[in-house]
Design a protein around this ligand. Structure first.
Ligand SMILES: Nc1nc2c(c(=O)[nH]1)N[C@H]1C(S)=C(S)[C@@H](COP(=O)(O)O)O[C@H]1N2
Ligand SMILES: [Mo]
Length: 422
């Protein structure tokens, strides 16, 4: 029925006339995504695991049969989350130009008329919807979360987690369906020869059964080398504007697009702040001389003033804060070991520790730490950073700093720690 109607404009075969479109170009972009998108996906799922789903503190907490195999997120190496989450965000952003180019390369397929001719083809087009919808949704939610906190009417984490599985379902079926065609197309031309072909010598690929090659191509205004160069250039540009927020140092200056990529000064407390004390509603009276830390879980509660804490045997460690948003910063922290505080509380081998902040409300005013995170020799309740007292914005009077722990669980303005045996 539909097949007999004259299709409206973008659906007509003659609409898409770029001489560059064809299975080879599409497959080159596809192979790049085939290698890199799994890295973005796996590091994303690892981040979910690093949030401690076993304590119900990964978001969304209850994911039914989409639950990942449980394991304790390691504390070594200390830069593990910095690496996995840095890769997730940086690579995710760098792939945006490749994803857009890949979509451009298959645009005529988006407008095939009739939309499908058989149930099998309808199914194939449905998996494409999951794939394209999924990848665009993950990009948009991810970018918005990095640029502005919490702009959604829904939870970013929940949306991004389920979106990832929709994308993954589309990705796996698409790869399964197209892998043979992709390898055939890649073999049809030599990359090296293509990179030596000028615009004037650029000819369309031979007509293909998928209809990517235009039946009525325009003359080339760009070589395939030029097209791939633009995509590669875009990717490198995004990378240059992004990596600085993770690797720091001089590169921090190139992270122009990122809210926490900037260098903030040279003082001991002049580094990125996720949420300021003012934003968290911390008042001066709460952190004055009356402040005490409460250690719970032992025979009876133990209370320590800040001076009392500072008088305990101390420890210092150089550790990163690595945020889910991809930025990280490595600083030199000093304070008291969490495991010493557990001993003081009278809990000799804690299975976990529940940390509460003075902050009232907010999603990140508490966190549960695994046993390995409590017991690591560098896991601290930090009182000082880079030789100075913590600033109020960095969590004065005391904050948690644990190797490889996602930034979010390095609770600031700590009020109490409850060591749990099971
Ligand atoms: N109480 C409290 N602690 C908190 C937060 C918060 O909002 N409230 N934000 C967390 C997040 S998401 C990060 S990345 C780190 C950032 O630490 P910084 O602000 O000292 O850089 O603090 C964590 N600790
Ligand atoms: Mo964070």
């Amino acid at each position: 029925m539909l097949g007999m109607m004259r299709p409206p404009n973008p659906f007509r075969p003659g609409t898409w006339r770029s001489p560059l479109r064809g299975p080879w170009l599409t497959s080159v972009l596809a192979v790049v995504l085939l290698v890199t998108l799994p890295i973005v996906t796996i590091t994303g799922l690892l981040s979910y695991s690093a949030y401690g789903p076993q304590f119900g503190q990964a978001i969304p907490a209850d994911v039914g049969w989409l639950r990942l195999p449980p394991f304790d997120w390691p504390t070594d190496p200390a830069w593990l989350y910095r690496l996995t989450q840095g890769l997730h965000v940086i690579l995710g952003l760098m792939l945006v130009p490749v994803v857009l180019a890949k979509l451009w390369s298959v645009l005529p397929k988006l407008f095939t008329w009739p939309p499908f001719r058989s149930p099998a083809q309808a199914l194939e087009r449905f998996t494409l919807l999951l794939l394209v919808g999924g990848v665009l949704f993950e990009i948009v939610t991810g970018v918005l979360n990095i640029q502005y906190d919490y702009v959604f009417g829904f939870s970013f984490y929940t949306a991004h987690y389920y979106g990832a599985w929709v994308f993954l379902a589309g990705f796996v079926s698409h790869v399964a369906l197209k892998l043979p065609r992709m390898t055939r197309a890649l073999r049809s031309r030599s990359l090296r020869a293509e990179l030596r072909t000028s615009r004037a010598e650029t000819r369309p690929e031979p007509a293909d059964p998928d209809g990517l090659v235009s039946p009525d191509p325009e003359p080339a205004t760009l070589s395939r080398r030029g097209a791939l160069g633009i995509v590669a250039g875009g990717t490198l540009l995004v990378g240059t504007l992004t990596v600085g927020q993770t690797i720091g140092g001089a590169a921090r200056h190139t992270a122009l697009l990122l809210p926490r990529g900037r260098d903030l000064g040279t003082g001991p407390n002049d580094f990125q702040v996720n949420r300021t004390a003012a934003a968290a509603g911390i008042e001066a009276t709460q952190v004055g001389p009356e402040w005490t830390l409460e250690l719970l879980g032992g025979p009876e509660p133990v209370r320590l003033s800040r001076a009392g804490l500072a008088a305990l045997p101390g420890h210092a460690a150089t550790l990163p804060i690595a945020c889910v948003e991809g930025w990280s910063t490595t600083q030199h922290w000093a304070g008291v070991r969490l495991r010493d505080l557990a001993e003081l509380a009278g809990v000799h081998d804690p299975a976990s520790a529940h940390v509460r902040s003075l902050q009232r409300g907010g999603a990140f005013n508490q966190a549960t730490l695994q046993a390995n995170q409590v017991l690591h020799a560098d896991s601290l309740l930090a009182l000082r950073v880079n030789g100075a007292d913590l600033s109020l914005d960095h969590g004065f009077p005391a904050r948690v700093i644990v190797p490889a722990l996602p930034g979010v669980h390095n609770t600031k303005w700590v009020r109490s720690i409850e060591f749990r045996r099971a």
